[in-house]
Design a protein around this ligand. Structure first.
Ligand SMILES: [Zn+2]
Length: 308
């Protein structure tokens, strides 16, 4: 059995964009409640997410973006940055924790204190671009983590894997053309944010999926289009943008994955990591809005990471 680090922080529950917003604090409670109910909680090592530093954030974000967000942070109430993305007085701190979780995950895995790590954090990150917040995202958590592995630990090749129902436009924006990074992704198309299909960079393997795509077709895409490119690239570490909103029960999107599909793809990635990356995987929560399906899918994902 390998040690899986579980990284979260109570500050991540305090970011709240309004009572009807699907990206809600209850998402994290649903995950931890289900892990306890399944008796899985005993198998992880728990860590509080630290705050990311400006130096860590500035590896992928512009200084102007950080200053604009900090200035927008309200003392009271909710301010909208776009129709979907809003800040309350805790958002800044929660976003710094969410990005810091990925940094700690990298340090734990690369120091050998954990075989791999899962970050149960919010706000999510993969829509956040170098210079802008959007789509429920403020800082690009997975990009900050991958950049930390490259800059602070001198890795030379890392892979980013994104199976959220939405295209990770922000991560693509951060790493487009960066030969140290290979990003593979699947996403429903056409669908928000309507990107990822026109002239992706050579280091992007973007696979748009039509509405209604099921697990069988998803597995075929992973086997035929992701895995050969990943094996050829020989990453030294894997970063998973783990969004679970492509689940059949998730009403945000129109794909039909089930928790066993998330377990399967995690197994494929774990095998690859064991072959070429000393098993190193950092996985960070992105989307997933049906609370029951989200919790079951996260459990299926981290069961495989922890070899339970
Ligand atoms: Zn999503």
């Amino acid at each position: 059995m390998s040690v899986t680090a579980f990284i979260t922080h109570r500050d991540c529950h305090l970011h709240d964009m309004g009572s009807y917003h699907p990206e809600a604090p209850e998402r994290l409670s649903a995950i931890s409640d289900h892990l306890i109910a399944q008796g899985l909680d005993a198998y992880f090592t728990y860590h509080d997410a630290p705050l990311a530093t400006f130096q860590q954030l500035k590896r992928v974000h512009t200084a102007a973006h950080l200053e604009r967000l900090k200035r927008a942070s309200p003392d009271l109430g909710i301010v909208h940055l776009d129709p979907d993305t809003a800040m309350n007085r805790h958002t800044w701190q929660a976003a710094m924790r969410a990005a810091g979780a990925g940094v700690l995950a990298v340090d734990l895995v690369l120091s050998g204190q954990a075989a791999n790590a899962f970050c149960a954090v919010r706000p999510p990150g993969h829509h956040a671009e170098r210079a802008s917040a959007m789509g429920f995202c403020f800082f690009n958590n997975i990009a900050v983590a991958a950049a930390h592995a490259l800059a602070a630990h001198n890795l030379s090749r890392v892979a980013v894997i994104d199976f959220d129902v939405h295209h990770g436009n922000g991560t693509e924006d951060c790493f487009r053309g960066d030969q140290r990074v290979l990003m593979v992704s699947t996403f429903q198309h056409p669908f928000y944010p309507y990107s990822g299909t026109e002239s992706p960079a050579a280091n992007m393997v973007n696979v748009p999926l039509p509405r209604g795509t099921d697990g069988e077709e998803f597995r075929r895409v992973v086997s035929d289009l992701w895995m050969p490119r990943l094996r050829e690239f020989q990453p030294e570490m894997l970063f998973i943008s783990a969004g679970f909103d492509a689940h059949y029960e998730d009403e945000m999107g129109g794909l039909r994955l089930l928790e066993q599909d998330y377990a399967w793809v995690t197994g494929q990635l774990k095998e690859l990591a064991d072959d070429c990356a000393h098993g190193r995987i950092v996985s960070i929560l992105e989307g997933g809005y049906s609370l029951s399906a989200l919790a079951r899918s996260v459990a299926a994902h981290i069961r495989v990471l922890a070899e339970l």
